[in-house]
Design a protein around this ligand. Structure first.
Ligand SMILES: [Fe+2]
Length: 279
């Protein structure tokens, strides 16, 4: 097994490993440490016979949790979902490429996942990259005045927030009732490494708690721009068939790229690993 950096921002590539074979404790430990150190691992050239084998491998890194988005679950495996070029919105039935705005997965629930894993079964001939932001690096680069302004603040995350017409996949009425607004700290301390990073994103962060709305929106927009417009905090993943990619949802944002046609078949398996309440 070889582990080498993908980029100087975040991410490491693992080669020479077959995840269909059971791993020894030393290898599992090395992989987990590399995940914590790099916030993203791409294990190349995997070939899982089915979703069950993919989920078994995910268990080396944590506990797969049930997908909140019931409409994209895999039958018989509620902890697994698919991301495909043929995804349809649950309400209007229109084709949708999910997650094109920067976000971290499921921050709209009280205990969001610690990590997301995607496995590329099929990728388009070009396009469909995923962009990532290292939110610890973004925090570190903030001016000290802003760091002290946001110290101790919390923000409300809400699936039903007003996005000015920009679309996220619909939830059914029942799912919406099960997804009330939740509050998380703006500066999140990583529960395993102690590193701090920003934990906000325009897709789900609605407002800063206790702040006048215009002031809250102005500060959030400034922070979003800081994080998303500076490519110095970004890594762009070009998918290869067989990639098993795990990233740390506590410290990164990601965004899909909707730049491939419907005729290009893209299929990824997805699971998310249970996390702990942000602090
Ligand atoms: Fe996502």
């Amino acid at each position: 097994m070889e582990i080498k950096p993908l980029n100087n921002v975040m991410g490491a590539e693992v080669s020479g490993l077959d995840l269909n074979k059971s791993l020894d404790q030393k290898t599992i430990g090395q992989l987990y440490q590399a995940f914590l150190d790099n916030l993203l691992l791409c294990i190349r050239n995997q070939n899982f016979p089915d979703v069950g084998a993919f989920l078994d491998t995910a268990k080396y890194f944590g506990i797969p949790k049930k997908q909140h988005m019931e409409s994209f679950r895999v039958e018989g495996h509620p902890e697994a979902g698919t991301v495909t070029s043929e995804d349809r919105d649950v309400n209007d039935g229109k084709r949708i490429i999910r997650g094109t705005m920067f976000h971290t997965d499921e921050s709209f629930i009280a205990v969001p996942p610690k990590a997301t894993i995607l496995y590329a079964v099929n990728v388009p001939s070009t396009g469909g990259d995923t962009r990532f932001i290292n939110m610890q690096a973004a925090y570190k680069a903030l001016p000290d005045t802003i760091k002290s302004d946001i110290q101790g603040l919390t923000a409300t995350h809400y699936y039903g927030k007003d996005r000015g017409g920009r679309k996220v996949p619909s939830l059914t009425a029942r799912q919406m009732r099960a997804t009330p607004p939740v509050s998380h700290p703006i500066i999140r301390t990583h529960d395993e490494t102690g590193a701090v990073g920003l934990y906000i994103h325009e897709t789900m962060t609605d407002y800063i708690d206790g702040m006048e709305p215009a002031q809250s929106e102005a500060l959030l927009q400034k922070l979003y721009a800081h994080c998303t417009e500076n490519t110095a905090f970004q890594y762009r993943h070009k998918w290869q068939k067989g990639d098993f990619v795990i990233w740390d949802d506590r410290a990164t944002l990601h965004a899909a790229t909707a730049d491939y046609g419907e005729e290009e078949k893209r299929l990824l398996y997805r699971t998310m690993l249970a996390g702990t309440p942000p602090y």
